[in-house]
Write a protein that binds this ligand. Structure first.
Ligand code: ADP
Ligand code: MG
Length: 255
């Protein structure tokens, strides 16, 4: 049992943004969150890591309501990679990744070899070792994204929440980041836009539409032609590729 939401609601500007969502991340599995723009994915992820407070319902970590956990305890368990993360511009790449070690150090403890090892390992995993000393503000969007993922990895969480982690990444880095996340073997919830990548890399898929959970289950059972048409408003044909994997083809009007 890890992270779970039960009947969670959150409203803003007089509108219900997350509307009675119940879902559960299976230990060691990847749960993909899909849904159109504005369907409430980012809002839900922020509720799951307590960056926002639920209006009603509960979020639990190992059956304990997250509101009752200390900030320190939560930070040692759970890492969050935001959709558009920003960082103090005068920091270098390694400074940003070092921030991920904060929950593991007491106020008086000096920087330990184990901390440095975790930082270096995290940078290597996102292929950014050679940018160790580069200033954050000089990085491209994709490089910033990879550094923020490295910060989360340096945190060594048991639950990882990512909001569109492949945003800004070229296809090679999209695939390498998703492969890396798969190999971590930790519980992961991530919002993804690319339906084929979601289907390929996630164990389970949850679909949000207008703040409500429409369906959840294996990619195969959830991502049907009818559901994609209904939720995203696009016609698709789902075929099996030569590799045996499912492929979602978008049926577009002739030009
Ligand atoms: N603080 C806020 N105040 C008012 N509306 C908000 C706030 N945060 C999010 N929203 C609205 O909630 C809806 C869902 O947003 P979001 O969770 O970012 O969706 P998604 O990540 O699926 O694109 C959007 O219509 C957005 O404008
Ligand atoms: Mg979003």
């Amino acid at each position: 049992m890890t992270l779970a939401a039960r009947d969670v609601c959150w409203s803003a500007g007089g509108r219900m943004i997350v509307d009675g969502v119940t879902l559960r991340a299976e230990p060691g599995k990847i749960l993909g969150l899909i849904g159109p723009n504005g369907s409430g994915k980012s809002s839900l992820l922020r509720l799951l890591c307590r960056l926002r407070k639920v209006a009603s319902g509960v979020v639990t970590l190992d059956d304990r309501e997250i509101g009752t956990l200390s900030r320190h305890h939560l930070a040692r368990r759970l890492a969050f990679v935001e959709q558009q993360a920003t960082t103090e511009i005068q920091l270098s790449v390694c400074d940003v990744v070092r921030l991920g070690r904060t929950p593991h150090r007491s106020a008086l403890a000096s920087w330990a070899a184990a901390d440095e090892d975790a930082v270096e390992a995290a940078l290597a995993r996102v292929d950014m070792t050679d940018r160790h000393d580069q200033f954050w503000h000089t990085l491209s969007g994709g490089e910033r994204q990879r550094v923020h993922i490295a910060r989360a990895l340096a945190q060594m969480p048991s639950e990882l929440i990512l909001d569109e982690p492949t945003n800004h990444l070229d296809i090679q880095h999209q695939l390498s980041i998703l492969t890396l996340i798969r190999r971590l073997g930790i519980t992961c919830i991530m919002a993804l836009h690319d339906l084929n990548l979601a289907s390929l890399f996630c164990d389970e898929i949850a679909v949000l539409h207008e703040g409500k959970l429409v369906d959840a289950g294996t990619p195969e059972s959830v991502m049907t032609e009818a559901l994609i048409q209904r939720v995203f408003g696009v016609a698709v044909a789902i075929r099996r590729a030569a590799s045996g994997r499912r492929h979602i083809e978008y049926l577009i009007e002739p030009f």
